[in-house]
Write a protein that binds this ligand. Structure first.
Ligand code: NAP
Length: 255
């Protein structure tokens, strides 16, 4: 049995994780961490440090908030507990700092997106960018999301930027008319990223590539948080046999 502590257990993703972990034959939810109490769940703790001290889990799964995740990971790593992190908004500098704190035999696994379709979209984007380097990203999420752009959009931009030869470039902020700053989106690795936030949405992303006389559009839609759960369970099962910092679910697939 893999013993799991879940931070953010009362949230949207946390609720889906409780259900998925509860239904998995080889995983046991030994601690829930959140500010709200959760009826009928594993023991609930206010802080990750308390939960880890009381239950000594094998894995900490974190779906909290950008303001909480860094300290949560640090608490787990200091005890040699593997981490599966879905919380987005962790900066590259913070991730690097955490990576330097990982002890031998411990794994910090971070996935900007646990949905297989989104992972495939990112991989395809990198392939397409070799031939169609001009790209823009539109990411669409529910209106309670605390960070923009999304972690998936940032990761997609990084992958496209690393794979593509020189892009032709499109008009940027200099073309925005007075009073409409941001119309051309945020630049992530020099790729425009447009963030949409609306009630009714879950997590969606389009990547549009343009070339002379043609465009190619990739789109992925997570209509339900169930889409993320196979990836979360896979990560919980895999981190025990991994070590160091691993970013991206693609690194755990095909094993
Ligand atoms: P959510 O519904 O707001 O849930 C977050 C939960 O964490 C809330 O119950 C929140 O409590 C709790 N929390 C926040 N700070 C805490 C702290 N310091 N101590 C204890 N509990 C704390 O958010 P969500 O939609 O589930 O998303 C959670 C994270 O997962 C976000 O960063 C989101 O971008 C990310 N996400 C990742 C993926 C992926 O595939 N990687 C997919 C979807 C979402 P309060 O309500 O009291 O603040």
């Amino acid at each position: 049995m893999i013993r799991v502590a879940l931070a953010g257990a009362a949230g949207r993703m946390g609720s889906a994780c409780r259900e998925a972990i509860g239904a998995a034959h080889d995983l046991e939810l030994v601690a829930c961490i959140d500010r709200s109490t959760i009826e009928g769940a594993a023991p609930t703790f206010d802080t990750v440090a308390e939960a880890l001290a009381a239950t000594s889990p094998d894995v900490l799964v974190d779906f909290t908030a950008p303001t909480a995740v860094e300290a949560n990971i640090r608490a787990a790593l200091s005890l040699g507990i593997d981490c599966v992190v879905g919380t987005t908004g962790l900066s590259a500098a913070a991730t690097d700092a955490l990576a330097s704190e990982i002890g031998a035999g411990t794994c910090l696994f971070v996935a900007p997106n646990f949905a297989i379709g989104a992972v495939l979209l990112m991989q395809l984007s990198a392939q397409i960018a070799r031939f169609m380097p001009d790209a823009e990203i539109i990411e669409l999420h529910h209106n309670q999301k605390k960070d923009a752009p999304s972690g998936t959009a940032i990761r997609t931009a990084e992958l496209i930027a690393a794979a593509r030869p020189q892009a032709q470039g499109a008009p940027g902020a200099e073309s925005e008319i007075a009073g409409c700053a941001g119309a051309r989106g945020a630049r992530v690795n020099d790729i425009p990223v447009h963030s949409v936030r609306l009630p009714g949405l879950v997590a969606h992303q389009e990547v549009i590539f343009g070339g002379p006389g043609q465009t190619l559009t990739l789109r992925h839609d997570s209509m339900d948080r169930a889409s993320f759960m196979p990836g979360v369970l896979l990560a919980c099962r895999e981190v025990g046999s991994r070590e160091g910092l691993i970013v991206g679910l693609e690194n755990l697939m095909d094993t």
